[in-house]
Design a protein around this ligand. Structure first.
Ligand SMILES: *Cc1c(COP(=O)(O)O)cnc(C)c1O
Length: 379
């Protein structure tokens, strides 16, 4: 691949990522640790580049989903703390300890395997508070703690929970209930002889909305990347906090025009002849498709930006190719830059807008961007 002149690439703004991270720092202060989530290739923004930027900005932890992501971070020479938030399979526990990664545990089988391996593991206990995703149920917590006490090499470092319904709503009764449950569990655990654990519950929405969710660590994800967890979070925040928080989008996704041609009335474009021209049109062929993460669902409502103007998608998105209407952009020529997501001149296409085209959320839009597309840090 020609790194200086790629056909498809993603530009990452270091200053925007740092700005967003500093918003969280200002909210939580220096007494709370930040664990920016770099799972899913840093929400599509590039694991390596974003990890480096977060560390430079003072991230105490980097949080990942899997041990494979932890390995990638260690391979860059990063020796800081890593938290694995997803399930670490029994066969990978030794590997996790050797990587010096802290990981979350919510099964007795994991403790038994750690006992068998006799390795010095640092673990966090994930507790169930109503999300019914990962998490040990409350009635099993005392027995879990007793097991840990008889494992001298296993250190319980923290206790985690995850909110089910904090970003999808402006009424936070269920989140409050989960928080109350987590606080009750905290008392139970501290009373059982673990007075100095790090408790953590907050994702982006919780960190932004309520100081009472911050505890000792905040696992902030999407808002680091300049995207709001949801419209509801944006609205709730406006009600909760006086100071206006301005997030800066971090990612711009670009490609180049691969061909330009003129078609005649009655000519169709692409598979299924899904678009038929009713007049003479100038169309541009773009070398990007659903394989790259530009989903077929975007076609009907979607457009791209060329020289600061919108060019509508024509017909279906192919595996590697997309056709757009440049009739109104006469200056468009071969290999001109095309913005798929981000700003071009005065125009902007956000991840939220693309999500709306495809019936999905901003989280999915950026994480869909194929991992091996070049990520360039631009400022
Ligand atoms: C992804 C994730 C987060 C971050 O969520 P955002 O909404 O992106 O801030 C936090 N905690 C856990 C367990 C997660 O899986």
């Amino acid at each position: 691949m020609n790194r200086d002149n790629p056909l498809i690439w993603v530009e990452i703004s270091q200053s925007a990522l740092t700005h967003n991270f500093q918003i969280f720092r200002a909210l939580v202060g220096s007494g709370v640790e930040l664990a920016p989530m770099v799972k899913a290739n840093a929400y599509g923004h590039g694991l390596r580049a974003c990890s480096r930027i977060f560390r430079a900005a003072g991230a105490e932890y980097l949080a990942v989903n899997s041990i494979f992501e932890a390995e990638k971070i260690r391979a860059t020479g990063d020796a800081g703390r890593i938290y694995i938030a997803g399930y670490t399979p029994l066969a990978e526990l030794k590997n996790a300890v050797e990587l010096d990664a802290e990981f979350v545990v919510f099964n007795f089988e994991t403790l038994e395997k750690l006992a068998e391996l006799d390795l010095p593991a640092q673990i966090h206990l994930k507790v169930e508070t109503g999300t019914n995703r990962q998490g040990l149920q409350k009635q099993d917590i005392p027995r879990f703690l007793e097991k840990i006490k008889i494992l001298p090499k296993v250190e319980l470092v923290g206790v985690a929970m995850h909110f089910a319904d904090i970003e999808d709503t402006t009424s936070h009764d269920f989140a409050r209930q989960q928080l109350a449950e987590f606080k009750a569990i905290r008392q139970l655990i501290e009373a059982a002889g673990f007075p100095h654990l790090k408790f953590h519950a907050a994702n982006s929405a919780a960190t932004l909305l309520w100081d009472s969710t911050h505890f000792q660590i905040c696992r902030t994800g999407i808002a680091n990347y300049g995207m709001w967890p949801s419209e509801e979070t944006f609205i709730s925040l406006a009600e909760n906090r006086q100071n206006k928080i301005v997030l800066r989008p971090v990612l711009t996704w670009k490609t180049r025009i691969a061909q330009i041609k003129t078609i005649q009335p009655g000519d169709s474009v692409g598979y299924g002849r899904a678009f038929v021209a009713s007049k003479e049109m100038r169309i541009a062929i773009l070398p990007i498709g659903y394989f790259d993460g530009f989903a077929r669902d975007y076609a009907e409502k979607g457009s791209v930006l060329i020289a600061g103007q919108r060019a509508k998608i024509l017909g279906r998105v192919c595996m590697n190719i997309l056709m757009v209407d440049v009739s109104a952009i006469p200056a468009a020529k071969l290999e001109d830059e095309v913005v798929l997501l981000g700003k071009s001149g005065e125009e902007e296409i956000t991840a939220e807008e693309i999500g709306a085209w495809g019936g999905t959320i901003n989280y999915e839009v950026t994480t869909r961007i194929r991992e091996n597309i070049l990520r360039k840090v631009v400022d």
